[in-house]
Design a protein. Structure first.
Length: 278
């Protein structure tokens, strides 16, 4: 009997102490007997933030640029094919009086000219570089036997022959070349200085005026003389100061394919960034 009483007393004391300890923890920590809930919530990504909107706009913009460059590439390929087809045609004889407004339609068309050189109004265009050699292009008016005077780019000479290049014969000459228009001038090219005889880029109208202009029968028509010889022949001519013309080939720059690849590749990076935020 005594042992049973002692066991129940010990159990009651233990439960009383346990209840007292729980009450003290509630008083010190401010906890309740209800299950604890966390006040922290993970921050959700906002799909309307400026960064996300920018990442979403970039692929659309770069895809549009890539598509535009693809169209430009097709246009440039067709243009080069058209110009190369013109080079395959037989040379034509220019009329006595040339309609300069239609010259762009005949760009790169081979022409055959006959006349005599007007060396007194020759011009040096440059500086230029050919196969690592610095020099100039010789622009000389050709007084045509059966028509107006036109400008002819006779070709390249080394800078050492700038003052004593071969002027060629004084009588009638025959020139095979290609019709060209004024060259496109970039922002780094200096202004031409006709009064000082300094020509940095082909400005056909200004060159024609410098050669005498309309009163002297000079039309703003520009022809690049072509050279069909071997590389060895060209080297020999250059060493003697003889102007060497350009090859009969289309030199239109076409870098649109690299632009297409660049813009379409730029579509992938923003898309990858957007996918990583999911």
């Amino acid at each position: 009997m005594f042992l049973l009483f002692r066991s129940r007393l010990s159990k009651g004391i233990f439960q009383t102490l346990k209840s007292t300890q729980r009450s003290q923890r509630l008083l010190h920590t401010g906890e309740s007997s209800e299950p604890a809930t966390s006040n922290y919530a993970a921050k959700k990504s906002s799909w309307s933030s400026p960064t996300i909107l920018l990442l979403g706009f970039i692929p659309i913009f770069t895809f549009a640029l890539g598509t535009w460059q693809l169209q430009r590439l097709q246009w440039k390929v067709n243009l080069i094919d058209e110009l190369e087809e013109k080079l395959q045609r037989d040379p034509i004889l220019l009329p006595k009086r040339i309609n300069v407004s239609v010259i762009p339609e005949f760009a790169f068309r081979r022409v055959l000219l006959r006349g005599r050189w007007d060396h007194a109004h020759a011009m040096l265009l440059g500086p230029r570089v050919r196969d690592g050699t610095h020099g100039y292009h010789v622009i000389t008016p050709l007084v045509r036997t059966d028509g107006s005077t036109v400008l002819v780019d006779r070709g390249f000479i080394g800078k050492d022959f700038a003052d004593n290049y071969v002027r060629d014969e004084e009588g009638e000459v025959q020139v095979l070349g290609m019709l060209r228009t004024s060259h496109t001038r970039n922002s780094f090219t200096p202004d031409n200085q006709p009064a000082e005889g300094k020509w940095y880029w082909v400005d056909v109208d200004s060159m024609a005026e410098s050669a005498g202009g309309e009163p002297a029968g000079v039309q703003p028509v520009f022809v690049e003389q072509t050279f069909d010889g071997h590389a060895g022949d060209a080297t020999a001519y250059l060493s003697k100061g003889v102007p060497v013309g350009r090859s009969a080939a289309v030199d239109v720059r076409n870098a649109h394919l690299s632009y297409v690849i660049t813009w379409y590749a730029n579509v992938l990076l923003p898309c990858a960034r957007l996918m990583s935020r999911k």
